[in-house]
Design a protein around this ligand. Structure first.
Ligand code: ASP
Length: 301
């Protein structure tokens, strides 16, 4: 079996200038490459962690160094990973200044009996795992400017959280199939602009922000976290895949169900079936995405 990796850099408006667009497409391509390289030596979990970590470090997306700010002006990270072979998952939520939230999520999966560890507890684990980072890396002039803008808008009362889809978006995720047929999924995010400190989105919650099951499929979601949690989007797509046998139909049906209940501009999803067929669907204006196997990589936005 040839390894396959699919990634996303978030569903949203992606109303960006050419330079930003090029940077996003480049980071997506490199993330697929990083995933495929990891899959050559390792397994599907290695592949999704490598792909997501690359996007966290790129600073281009709302994850890792690019994470958006909460209402207190700090960057809190959420991330989760699931191993389709063991059925185990690990996640961290509302954690600050760690080198890689997805690697810390993996640490939770592999070195604790827990599934989700949040806040200070997650930083304690990061210290044990050698994953503490310095705070200043998570701030930039560009993000400070955007923070002031969204805060000003919120103060003026233009604060329609559910409709303001640009407050979410650019979360990253990956799904992978390795040469032994194992599946894995991972997602990582800074959440949404101006979130309440301690707010947890879908990205650390298995079945919502990500899901993987050997023999069935792997999924990673993006969009408004609250909507994705309430619709258990990734698990819904897994059920649709079992029902239809077609991963493209499955992600489409899952997103359609979300749209019917919560409206458009709310969610996006990538999926991979057990044979390595990738698929995506979204009800937002755009979604950054890519997929590849050795010698073949596609990215789009
Ligand atoms: N789903 C993420 C969250 O709500 C945001 C995103 O996908 O961009 O935390």
């Amino acid at each position: 079996m040839r390894p396959v990796v699919a990634v996303h850099g978030g569903a949203g408006r992606w109303d960006v200038d050419e330079e930003r667009r090029r940077a996003a497409l480049k980071a997506l391509r490199e993330a697929v490459e990083a995933g495929l390289t990891a899959a050559e030596r390792g397994d599907a979990v290695d592949a999704v962690v490598a792909a997501v970590e690359h996007m966290e470090k790129s600073g281009v997306f709302n994850a890792g160094y690019g994470a958006v700010y909460a209402i207190d002006g700090r960057a809190y990270l959420d991330a989760g990973v699931m191993d389709g072979r063991s059925g185990r998952a690990g996640a961290v939520a509302a954690v600050e200044a760690v080198k890689s939230a997805v690697r810390l999520a993996r640490f939770v999966m592999e070195h604790t009996d827990h599934v989700i560890v949040a806040g200070e507890g997650a930083r304690l684990l990061a210290a044990k795992a050698g994953l503490l980072d310095t705070y200043h890396k998570f701030f930039s002039e560009e993000k400070n400017r955007r923070f002031r803008e969204v805060l000003e808008e919120a103060r003026r009362g233009n604060w329609r959280y559910k409709k303001v889809v640009e407050l979410a978006g650019d979360t990253v995720g990956a799904v992978a199939l390795d040469r032994d047929g194992n599946l894995a999924a991972a997602t990582s995010t800074g959440g949404v602009w101006l979130k309440w400190p301690g707010r947890m989105g879908d990205s650390p919650i298995p079945g919502a922000g990500y899901y993987a099951e050997n023999g069935v499929g792997a999924f990673s979601a993006t969009g408004i976290g609250e909507v994705i949690i309430l619709s258990l989007l990734s698990y819904r797509a897994r059920n649709e895949l079992l029902k239809t046998g077609d991963v493209a139909q499955a992600v489409k049906n899952a997103v359609q169900l979300v749209t019917a209940v919560h409206g458009p501009d709310t969610a996006g999803l990538i999926g991979l079936d057990a044979r390595g067929n990738p698929a995506y669907a979204y009800n937002t204006k755009a979604m950054a995405r890519g997929w590849g196997k050795q010698g073949e990589i596609y990215v789009d936005l």
